[in-house]
Design a protein around this ligand. Structure first.
Ligand SMILES: Cc1ncc(COP(=O)(O)O)c(C=O)c1O
Length: 382
């Protein structure tokens, strides 16, 4: 007994030590206060929007702080039903279901839908929650190189005999900011009789005329079988959701364990979700401002000779290679009053460390000036 415990502690110490040695050790940034934030996913500036905060606070006062139980016990209230109806309409689907987080939604959807004998095909750069979800499901998972449709088609061909095939992709890739070739994915899923699930965590609120997401912007919304999104990025709140056919949602209500065995999200949060969704649709000027900033920052970085991969969204990676180099840049920018995190393995591949710069409609022209001069000095000094 004693030695076993000891082996655990040794293992823990060794892994932490290796992480420190390789510049991969992580700590919670606890002193970010006062820094100019170019790090979050609050693309439309709703997380600190006064009216939204007030609606949230009032809803908590009226409906209480917590739901008290799981949705299937007594946790379902009017606010949950209302938000789900609105999300379904927003995504042009028959129904929607809210989960406690985007992470839980992905685990819950995939692990309920597929299992042993089924096949999951995933883009190499899919979010960790989608990879974990496929692992949890017990289905065979095959990963295709990033956006490589030729390889995906080969995999579909060699697995024609598998009846249930699920293709999963991020719509906007969270660490590279580039977008999935949705039209090609739709063509392939139709050709080979697979289902297509997209994770619009970073597409929702950002793409599409009313912020519906990349699928709507590309005109393929109706071809997406499973449309997952979050309340936690452009909607400025917390929580995940999925939209699709009514039968799919009923199935998840019955068989999705992360939905069934978890306390319902607080009703006040759902009321705030409805309000945030209204702002996303009714204040398109936020999206316009966001895209104007994205174009300006892209042009500036390119003039400076920095590599930003194929970013086509408010997520702009600045590729720096070595982990230590990315940390050095992040430290320098921090010294200039900016919060722009270094992203390292295991979030991205070893040797592909980068800064992850994210933009928001709330950024002012003055904020951009500070950003530009800090980058100029980093480029000169480092
Ligand atoms: C692509 C993607 N999917 C899912 C999630 C998980 O969402 P949440 O933060 O709401 O759990 C995230 C981010 O955290 C994400 O970037």
């Amino acid at each position: 007994m004693e030695t076993r415990t000891h082996a655990f502690w040794q293992h823990i110490d060794q892994r932490l030590e290796t992480a420190r040695r390789d510049s991969l050790y992580r700590e919670m940034p606890h002193d970010a206060e006062g820094l100019l934030n170019f790090a979050d996913n609050d693309y439309l500036g709703l997380a600190r929007e006064e009216r939204l905060s007030k609606v949230f606070a009032d809803a908590v006062r009226q409906q209480g702080a917590g739901a008290g139980a799981a949705r299937l016990i007594l946790g379902t209230q009017g606010a949950h039903m209302r938000l789900e109806k609105e999300l379904a309409a927003f995504k042009s689907k028959e129904a929607a279901l809210v989960y406690g987080s985007g992470y839980a939604a992905n685990l819950g959807i995939v692990s309920a839908l597929v299992g042993e004998g089924d096949l999951v095909l995933e883009d190499k750069l899919n979010h960790a929650s989608l990879i974990d979800a496929a692992r949890l499901s017990g289905a065979e998972m095959r990963v295709y190189p990033h956006k490589n449709m030729k390889r995906l088609e080969e995999l579909l061909q060699t697995h024609q005999h598998v009846e249930k095939k699920l293709i999963i992709t991020d719509s906007v890739f969270s660490m590279d900011g580039d977008v999935a070739p949705l039209k090609e994915l739709v063509a392939l899923k139709n050709k080979y009789g697979a289902l297509l699930m997209i994770d619009e965590a970073h597409g929702t609120g950002v793409f599409g005329e009313n912020g519906e997401g990349l699928a709507a912007a590309e005109g393929v919304e109706a071809d997406i079988d499973i449309a997952m999104g979050t309340l936690s990025k452009a909607l400025g709140l917390f929580g995940g959701f999925v939209a699709g056919r009514k039968a799919l949602i009923n199935y998840l209500i019955n068989f999705s364990r992360p939905f069934i065995f978890a306390t319902a999200p607080p009703p006040g949060l759902m009321t705030a979700g409805s309000y945030a969704l209204g702002l996303v649709r009714q204040e398109p000027e936020r999206r316009r401002r966001l895209w104007e900033i994205v174009k300006r920052v892209q042009a500036f970085l390119s003039d400076l000779g920095l590599e930003t991969s194929e970013s086509a969204s408010p997520i702009i990676p600045i590729m720096l290679g070595k982990e230590a180099r990315a940390l050095e840049w992040a430290r320098h920018l921090r010294g200039q009053g900016l919060l722009i995190p270094a992203i390292r393995y295991p979030t991205v591949k070893k040797g592909q460390a980068r800064l992850r710069l994210t933009l928001s409609a709330r950024h002012t022209d003055k904020d951009l000036e500070v950003l530009f001069s800090a980058f100029q000095s980093a480029k000169e000094l480092l």
